[in-house]
Design a protein around this ligand. Sequence first.
Ligand code: NAP
Length: 283
Amino acid sequence: MTISGAAIVGGVCGAPIKHSLSPALHNAWIAAAGLDAAYVPFSPGVNNFETFVNGFRGGAIRGLNVTIPFKERALAVADHASDLARMAGAANLLIFAADGSIHADNTDGPGLLGAIAEQAKGFDVSAAPVVILGAGGAARGAVAALLLAGAARITIVNRTLVRARELVEAFGPQVVAAEDSALPGLLPEAGLVINATALGLGGGEGPAADLTLTPETAVIMDMVYKPLRTEFLRRAEAAGRRTVDGLEMLLRQAVPSFEAFYGIAPPAEVDVRSIALKLLGEA
Ligand code: NAP
């Protein structure tokens, strides 16, 4: 691959960044498309994020993906933002315009919806209540996308109830907060149950929700993708439920970023899921 002086540069910024899958995925697409382009990882000091981002104003690079712990600050540093980023209170995509301004977007939510569309074909998020376990940044992004997609009722169940209530305040009456003890009453009505906590990461136990209580038609999703088949998803499978994995969400959120950076859709022939599975030690 040749990188000329005219190359389009995109990147990803987080702290830490070295385990990010994004450089491998974007560069595989760049190579397959034969683009004069590059996608590079950045890890600015935690106190230097704004200085780092402001340095790109005017288009020194085309754009940046943003990951933990900078997503909220990415929204704050931008001059304008999409509805989704504003609703989510966080941005994972910054685009640097030639006029010096920064536009913020959030592709995590579309990634989540894309993963559901791919792995639970035909599922209608508006048809039955949604239960989200967790109330952090990932849950907030999920609520924003699900509401825009037509979800009528979303219940947030979180260890720290006050954080779940913050989401209710942010999103209004379609979103309610509940304690773990409410789950046996909520799960029999749920169309979609999402683990948006960090539980299960690295192979530990997932949230304690009894998934056998969900309707047979329910879809169970885990945002955690390391391991790919989390304990939560294995329990869902054992109960005979359809499942959606966190890796598909991660892969899907990369697509609109690539399009925003390089102006074309990612080449369909690249099997980014296989590339990611190899990097995760799952293949
Ligand atoms: P976050 O803002 O730090 O929130 C973490 C959430 O997990 C909070 O609700 C927290 O509850 C809960 N939690 C943590 N430890 C817990 C425990 N021992 N018991 C019960 N609840 C616990 O993190 P985030 O950014 O929302 O990310 C959440 C997960 O989603 C992470 O595993 C992340 O890797 C994953 N994620 C995946 C994707 C993807 O593309 N697949 C995208 C974004 C995030 P408290 O409020 O009580 O602390």
